[in-house]
Write a protein that binds this ligand. Structure first.
Ligand code: FAD
Length: 426
């Protein structure tokens, strides 16, 4: 039933979780305003947050199901059209005699699979879908700088306009004259989807006794690319269809103090990530010429697949980034604010569930909102029920993500007892 006065919903952050949350809210007839710190990532001039380019993510059933319930039936078809199925993991290693091996470990006896998706592309598809709805407004280059959850007001700093495009037009309709301005916004409900360093969470903490725990693991990550197979490029025995190694797998090169992974892309390249202790990164940063040897002794064949010169160049050019893990409770305040996605539960990426769990937050939140009246009292009950259900689940997936770090770099080749010991030590 349509509401007499639509709920005024403020979504902070237009990442995958914020975009899906805006879609769910708009489908309920709410007045939705989305405020995003960066420019529109659909403009070529906008650099994805933290990344030199987009990263590939494993999209699993948790995230798919959340999109399935978004009220946009064609959305999943579009997502799947640009996804690569991954049926298992491929473990790369070398015997003591130097023989290279690839061992395929299927994810599921029934052949079910995960999908590799480009994070920015998924985000774009979600924003395109959001933009088809008349009751949503997207405001880019706006940074949340304050929120009063009792008075239901938020303040944004409007950033300078993005650079002009080649034909002289502004890169996005949401322009400013170059000066920073503060914008005040009223809301009934604020959905804080502004990522691990969430300002929405920070301001919510002033109103609710939020327990908060943040930790960094002693591991950094750096992104690399394996190009499509060329006439002279290195490949592995499972290479096919123009990919330098099997496109049907998430590839893992385990080693004692680190991990290298590769995820297929629709352009036949692989987006790869090196995870290693910060001390290892420091040593390599001091002498980047040793990176090829470092790879050859730990991740057999990976340096050849990337190309030796490109390996060094990418290590020097791409950022070396930390991995944060956040738990907090509750995830809401009264009837007026709730945090979702990385804002509520950033986790290390080893379980491939950070974004998936964030998308699932949206589905679960709206399930509770739909089950209660659209009044402040109804919303309070819905948000209470949401935190009660979601906080333990978020903590559990956060712990599993940490545990899977050991599984991926040692467990794929170690007895179970060793994994258990390492998890307990951690
Ligand atoms: P974000 O993606 O961080 O988006 C937050 C948005 O809020 C951004 O657009 C940001 O610009 C905006 N914002 C920030 N501050 C403000 C502000 N003050 N005002 C307004 N806007 C603001 N997850 C998976 O499910 N599967 C995987 O395989 C996977 N692999 C990963 C690999 C790596 C190396 C890493 C680092 C992460 C991986 N993840 C994976 C996790 C995944 O990237 C995140 O969980 C996901 O991006 C979180 O989405 P989000 O929308 O909550 O936050």
């Amino acid at each position: 039933m349509a509401e007499a006065k639509p709920t005024k919903c403020l979504v902070v952050g237009a990442g995958p979780v914020g975009a899906l949350a805006a879609l769910y809210a708009a489908r309920r007839g709410w007045d939705v305003d989305v405020y995003e710190l960066r420019g529109d990532l659909r403009d070529a001039s906008t650099t994805p947050l933290n990344f030199t380019k987009s990263i590939n993510l494993a999209l699993a059933e948790r995230g798919i199901n959340a999109m399935r319930h978004s009220g946009s039936p064609a959305l999943l078809d579009r997502v799947f059209a640009e996804a690569v199925p991954m049926y298992g993991r491929m473990v790369h290693s070398a015997s003591s005699a130097g023989t290279l091996t690839e061992e395929s470990q299927q994810y599921d006896v029934h052949g079910r699979f995960n999908r590799a998706v480009d994070r920015a592309n998924l985000n774009k598809l979600l924003l395109d879908e959001v933009e088809t709805l008349p009751n949503v407004k997207l405001h880019f280059n706006h940074k949340l700088v304050g929120a009063d959850l009792r008075k239901r007001k938020a303040w944004f700093e409007r950033k300078a306009a993005p650079p002009q495009t080649a034909d002289g037009a502004q890169a996005h309709q949401d322009q400013t004259d170059g000066r920073e301005q503060e914008v005040e916004v009223d809301f009934d409900l604020m959905l804080g989807c502004d990522g691990a360093h969430s300002n929405a969470r920070y301001h919510m903490m002033k109103f609710v006794r939020m327990s908060y725990e943040q930790s960094y693991i002693d591991t950094l990550w750096c992104e690399f690319t394996i190009p499509p197979a060329g006439p002279t490029s290195a490949t592995t025995p499972t290479a096919k269809d123009g990919f330098a190694t099997s496109p049907d797998h998430l590839h893992i090169w385990p080693c004692d103090h680190g991990l290298f992974i590769a995820i297929p892309s629709i352009d036949k390249s692989f987006t790869c990530t090196l995870f290693a202790p910060s001390a290892t990164f420091a040593t390599l940063e001091q002498d980047p010429a040793t990176i090829t040897q470092f790879f050859q002794t730990r991740f057999p064949n990976a340096a050849d697949l990337i190309g030796h010169a490109e390996l060094r160049q990418q290590f020097e050019q791409n950022p070396h980034l930390p991995l944060i893990s956040i738990k907090c409770s509750p995830h809401h305040y009264s009837s007026t604010g709730v945090i979702l996605g990385d804002a509520a539960h950033a986790m290390v990426p080893f379980y491939g569930q950070g974004m998936n769990a964030g998308l699932e937050d949206v589905r679960v939140l709206f399930q509770h909102l739909d089950a209660h009246p659209s009044t402040p009292a109804g919303r309070t009950a819905a948000l209470d029920a949401y935190s009660t259900e979601r906080v333990p689940d978020a903590h559990a997936v956060n712990d599993l993500a940490l545990a899977n770090y050991w599984e991926m770099h040692s467990g794929v080749r170690s007895p179970l007892t060793l994994i258990r010991k390492k998890v307990e030590e951690f």
